[in-house]
Design a protein. Structure first.
Length: 163
């Protein structure tokens, strides 16, 4: 049985495609890519059909990650097939909770940085869109730090399903 993870930010061209690429790499490194499917979406459709922001692509490629991405808008009907919906900031968390058709669907939503013990109470990944490359680099650092804990949580869930 496949475990489905979807990362969600505002326009699906900066933070969520970055998280998707990093986490997909972690899943492949862990050799569980046959059990875990990773994708991303935006709370809005402003950039639907567009590729990832060139700065996102540059930062990802500089660190050896793939960057093949086309933006899309999150749809409430997806909750039924998703196991985890990962919000990149509290605004996305609130928007996703409003979209969740059931309390069980709302329970699938988590903040990415909640998987990073070093994040403390600062659980938002800041939007780098209106800034320079340093914001995209900082975003990548936060995504990478949280991906370790997220991978552990997904592995634990997979082991629970097998038991």
């Amino acid at each position: 049985m496949t475990f489905f993870v979807c990362f969600v930010c505002t326009g699906n061209i900066c933070r969520s495609p970055m998280a998707e690429s990093v986490f997909r790499a972690r899943v492949e490194e862990a050799r569980i890519d046959d059990q875990v499917q990773v994708d991303s979406a935006g709370t809005g459709g402003w950039h639907e059909g567009d590729p990832a922001d060139p700065r996102t692509v540059a930062v990802l490629e500089e660190q050896g990650y793939g960057s093949d991405h086309i933006a899309r808008q999150f749809q409430p009907s997806w909750f039924s097939r998703l196991d985890l919906v990962i919000a990149l900031d509290t605004g996305h968390l609130k928007a996703l909770r409003r979209l969740a058709p059931t309390p069980q669907d709302a329970a699938k939503i988590r903040l990415l940085r909640s998987y990073d013990p070093a994040a403390d109470d600062d659980l938002d990944v800041p939007d780098p869109y209106y800034g320079g490359m340093d914001g995209f680099e900082a975003c990548l650092e936060m995504v990478e730090a949280a991906s370790t804990g997220l991978l552990a949580a997904v592995r634990e869930n997979l082991e629970g399903r097998a038991a």
